[in-house]
Design a binder for this molecule. Structure first.
Ligand code: C2O
Ligand code: CU
Length: 418
């Protein structure tokens, strides 16, 4: 529809041709989408990289509706904002009065491979200005819809209407706090899945996660910034909703002071509107998140990508995936090709949100459950880009599934090692 990204309707086919017009190999992943494993876009796991000049076709049915996104899954390309929204609407949904997609990106003028090399050298210079353990990369800016808050994306709003914000954290490493300011709001979906509406004006959004927030524009004229602040920093980004006769205020891209850590307290309060059917767990898997901050090596169950042994499941099983974080950083853990339900946060059982990416705070454990319905090799990884690149990835494998292209060791070329 002329805007960046792709939007369609549940039940449609996703028929897209991807042309690689850049000089490097490329790979595109449809984040959060349930799809055939062979179209999941992970180089050396599900598909070969798309070569420069090559066209790759995608064609599969869309079985979900909600806020999703797409991004390069090759090397460090995601940092260069090879990211876009993928929005799927319900076929006969009552027309939403007004809808605003908000893409958040963290921006750096530095070369991503230089950042990774610096992290590996233990370059404290990149961390001086932020509290260690909150973020390990210092960014120049946070952007919303590719713009700085000093020159924000502005959307016309009508007094009295409701607006649905579809906020996508496309950053490479910035968990954010969101504020709707003076607007009364409720979160209505996370990671594309409807939740029991959660009222508030301040929300948390981890890397790769999405949150749909409905706000009500008061009567009378006004301008209403919707602001994100990156965890551990003073970086702000946002969009402004403005009525016809109101002026857009001047906004600074820096907060008066840095904000602290996400608490993940929000996760315990989320409830899925359509929880998984109650069923005993057939198979428990545990994933320990580990790392050596000094050497900048990050691991899952002590293994470092690409030298991993897949986690095995059988088709039809109800699987529990327990993440145990032994590090001092929060890791947004993502499973490809499935929707899981959060079932335990720091010891408390819940029928939480359905998601594809869950935050696991330092020294905490989070459990999720899903039904193993989609044979394949599916990535399980931390969505902090430099953690992925430093080894924090593994694979969930369905017993009996084979794919001759599966060759993680070939990805050495993708993430050059010192
Ligand atoms: Cu959004 Cu494997 O990633
Ligand atoms: Cu991580």
């Amino acid at each position: 529809d002329g805007t960046l990204g792709w939007s369609g309707t549940r039940g449609d086919r996703f028929r897209v041709a991807v042309d690689n017009t850049v000089a490097d190999p490329f790979s595109i992943h449809w984040h959060g989408i349930i799809l055939p494993n062979g179209q999941d876009g992970v180089p050396y796991v599900t598909q070969p990289p798309i070569k420069p000049g090559e066209r790759r076709l995608y064609d599969f049915p869309l079985v979900q509706a909600g806020t999703y996104w797409m991004h390069s899954h090759f090397g460090l390309q995601e940092q260069s904002m090879l990211t876009a929204p993928l929005i799927i609407r319900e076929p006969r949904a009552a027309p939403e009065t007004n809808e605003v997609v908000v893409m958040l990106n963290d921006f750096t003028t530095r070369d991503p491979s230089g950042i990774l090399a610096g992290l590996r050298r233990g370059s404290m210079g990149t961390k001086m200005a932020v509290k260690p353990d909150l973020t390990d990369v210092r960014y120049d800016a946070l952007l919303a819809n590719r713009r700085p808050l000093s020159d924000p994306d502005v959307t016309r709003a009508t007094p009295g209407e409701t607006v649905r914000l579809r906020i996508i954290n496309m950053t490479s490493g910035s968990n954010v706090f969101l504020s709707t300011g003076r607007l009364a709001a409720e979160a209505i979906a996370v990671d594309g899945e409807d939740i029991v509406p959660l009222p508030g004006t301040r929300f948390e959004l981890g890397v790769a996660q999405r949150i749909d927030i409905r706000v009500r524009i008061p009567s009378g004229q006004g301008a209403y910034p919707i602001i994100a602040q990156a965890e551990g920093t003073d970086l702000l980004a946002g969009v402004v909703l403005v009525t016809a006769e109101a002026a857009v205020p001047a906004l600074s891209a820096r907060a008066p002071k840095p904000v602290g850590a996400l608490t993940n307290g929000q996760e315990s309060r989320l409830r899925s509107l359509r929880p998984l059917v109650g069923k005993p767990v057939d198979h428990r898997l545990s994933v320990t998140l580990g790392g050596d901050m000094a050497a900048y090596v990050w691991s899952l169950n002590g293994q470092v990508w690409p030298r991993i042994t897949p986690l095995e499941v059988k088709q039809g099983e109800r699987v529990e995936l327990g993440f145990v974080n032994q590090t001092m950083m929060t890791h947004p853990m993502h499973l490809h090709g499935h929707v899981f339900q959060v079932t335990e946060v720091t010891g408390a059982r819940l029928r939480g949100a359905k998601r594809d990416t869950v935050l696991v705070p330092p020294r905490q454990a989070v459990k999720v459950e899903f039904d193993a319905l989609y044979p394949g090799y599916w990535m399980v990884h931390c969505h902090l880009l430099y953690h992925q690149a430093a080894g924090m990835m593994t694979v969930l494998h369905y017993q009996g599934f084979t794919n001759a292209r599966y060759d993680p060791l070939a990805s050495a070329a993708e993430f050059p090692r010192p």
